[in-house]
Write a protein that binds this ligand. Sequence first.
Ligand code: PHE
Length: 455
Amino acid sequence: MASITPHASAAAPAHSQWSSRMGFILAATGSAVGLGNIWKFPYMVGQSGGAAFVLVYLVCIAMIGLPILVAEWLLGRRGQENPINTMAGLAAANRKSRHWALVGVSGVAAAFLILSFYSVIGGWALAYIADAAGGSFGGLDSDAAGALFNGLLASPATLLAWHSAFTLFTVAVVAMGVSGGIERASKLLMPALGVLLLVMVGYGMTTAGFGSAVDYLFNPDWSKLDGAVVLAALGHAFFTLSLGMGIMMAYGSYLGQEVNLLRSARTVVIFDTVFALTAGLAIFPVVFANGLDPASGPGLIFVTLPLAFGNLAGGQILGVMFFLLLTFAALTSAISLLEPLVALTEERTPLGRVAATAVAGLATWALGIAALLSFNVWSDVLFFGLNVFDLLDKLTSKFLLPLTGLGAIVFVAWCLERNSVRNELGLGALGFGVWNVVARYVAPAGVLVVFVSSL
Ligand code: PHE
């Protein structure tokens, strides 16, 4: 991470630090805002029936996601090491079982599994840059938009080419250690993505579907709510905030004592949530105006947005820009997913940085091939009724991430010395009382209840 200036401060003798609070917030936001917000959130809303999911998701973000984000940063800042060593070291220092290191291990495993299918979707975004540039969106109707997307899914060779390209970009950035430049670029490019999403919301307002979309997103039909919907919302809260992967823990390890964790977490969470809701407002008007199925799944934005661009003055150039920026947002997240794998490989093997990045990248690339084949030739290869892509997605979001996050918050709330945590969070008696209730009971119980009830 090049934005971390390697000056050895008194607080962290052996470990470099973020050059500024701003750099830290940017990196954390860059990791959080990605395909999860723009690609995954809308289609999950659609599959779960709308506003009831959205509201449960918002509650999960506030009551579970935010405290766990703070917990991961706090652990990282204390441990000053990679997630596995951090957990092992803190457990030893607090005379707890060394098995707490498993929290770090499962986080790194989750990052590996997620990156494999994440770069397949990053590849879709790349493919759509080319399609938009080639004018494929002009005058599309909904059938043609569907056909364009299904054509992509049906071709393993095309999917492989774009998946490989996306993996290669990610590997190149991480291997060269130029992610600092990427973070600086994101100061400009992420707001640009936000503006383009707003343009699409503006377009949505001109369609007949806008009223239905607002209603669908914010007016809950509670009969749509069941255990599966709640688990999906919880899992997505982890995914979208990059929790339960040791990523935020690693970022915390570069954090100076002066940074206020709660305030920083609030900032990141607000950015992340605004991006997701805006994406929803951009996509669902198009869905309803064109009579598309909101529950159609992972292809949702790749069918709806081309329709919108095809009907918009300047849609060709806007389309290119949009998918370019989406790819960039995906890249900043993918970098954060690859980093922990590389750090671990570098530390535990004799490999140098470039070789370690190549090995880690190659491994996720290979698993990604299994994921992309599940859209075509392996669509019948099922494990527990799921194809490889769904299996990787569900196994991580609904299983590994919540459990790892649970481990992080339970450790902070129950195993660390209370006063030190209170000082570190800079809370008064009342504030800390609230923190304690949430961190000790509400968040862990929330994860457990959702989890157990879904088994
Ligand atoms: N949070 C990212 C997103 O919403 C995805 C991600 C998950 C990134 C896990 C890093 C780690 O797109």
